[in-house]
Structure formats: C-alpha cells, structure tokens
Design a protein around this ligand. Structure first.
Ligand code: ZN
Length: 190
C-alpha cells in the first residue's frame, strides 16, 4: 500500500486504522476537472495527475471511530480541507514557511507528510490526506525558493528533490492554485 511503501523515515511506521472517502462539493470537483483538462491540453498528455500525501493539523476528534462531524475550530486543517478542499488562504498556518513559496504541498513519501500531521494529545490516532493533484509539467528544484508564487513559465508545479546543494531530505510537490488539488481520502493511522 502507498502508505507503507512510502514510509521512508527512520521513525516507527504508522499503522493505518481507518480510511474515509472524502467527497468534495460538485462545484469544487468541476473546477478541478476543468483545470485538469486545461493542463492536459497544455502539456499534450493525459498523465498529469498524481495521488499524493498531505499532513495537516487536527484540532478535534473527527476521524475517530464514529466521529464524522466536522468542527468549526479555527485552524483545524482536517475539517477545513474536508469542508472546502485545499486553500492557499491557509498557507503558512501550519508550517510557518514554505520552502518553495506560497503553494500547496504534498509528497509521495507518507512519512514526510506525517511530520506535518499534528493531532490531539489525547488521541492515539493521527490524520493524513491522500490528495489527487494535477502536477502537469513539473519544474525540478533543489534549492529553497521561499518567495516563489508560481512555477517557471510553461510549468504547472514544482517538484522539490533532494540532492544538489539543497537541504531537502525527501521529495515534495508544490502546486500554486487551489484548483489543482482535491482531497480523496482521509487516512487515520496510529
Ligand atoms: Zn476539526
């Protein structure tokens, strides 16, 4: 499974306990599909999409057994993303900065996303999203680029890769528009 195979960190591997399908509003789905068609046409390929991990903060007990009601707590990343999908409006709220600028960050590496997943202290469970992301043509970067607001002209996303002179340990993808990403599954692991 994508969770286990992509756990690359030296920490104890999480064990998936519950998986919830996230159903986004049809308006959001349509916006995403339209964006995907546009990128497919631009890069002349159907392979523009990836399923990637995203970790965020969970301030309530949503995702615990039997709890599917979303909270209204400010900065509960999990409920915010389930309710209104991903939004650049929350950029830096969880992390404080962005290595590749003002974007929405995901990774193939589940353990990297896990390092951004923060949960209630009294819960054994931690939440992480599997998101569907239009990466299109990716601009590869090794060095930090925190003032960036878009990829280079002609590209649709940034793929941060370890190596070179950079300080990145694990790869990550960054998209710079809300339209390029929707949550697919909420994964609860222990
Ligand atoms: Zn919540």
């Amino acid at each position: 499974m994508q969770f286990r195979d992509q756990w690359k960190h030296d920490t104890t591997m999480g064990v998936v306990k519950h998986v919830y399908l996230v159903v986004v509003g049809c308006g959001q789905r349509e916006t995403y599909e339209n964006y995907k068609l546009m990128v497919e046409a631009m890069v002349n390929s159907r392979g523009v999409e990836k399923t990637l991990w995203h970790g965020t903060t969970r301030k309530c007990s949503v995702g615990e057994p039997g709890v599917t009601e979303l909270c209204r707590t400010q900065n509960c990343g999990v409920c915010g993303i389930v309710r209104t999908s991903f939004s650049l409006a929350y950029y830096k709220k969880n992390t404080g900065w962005g290595r590749f600028g003002r974007g929405l960050y995901t990774s193939e590496v589940s353990s990297k996303a896990a390092s951004y997943s923060k949960s209630l202290k009294n819960s054994p469970l931690t939440a992480m999203f599997l998101a569907t992301v239009v990466i299109g043509r990716t601009q590869t970067l090794h060095r930090n680029s925190p003032n960036r607001i878009r990829p280079k002209h002609g590209y649709n996303s940034v793929h941060g890769q370890p190596g070179g002179a950079g300080k990145l340990n694990y790869e990550e993808y960054v998209v710079y528009t809300d339209d390029a990403i929707v949550p697919s599954y909420l994964v609860m692991y222990e």
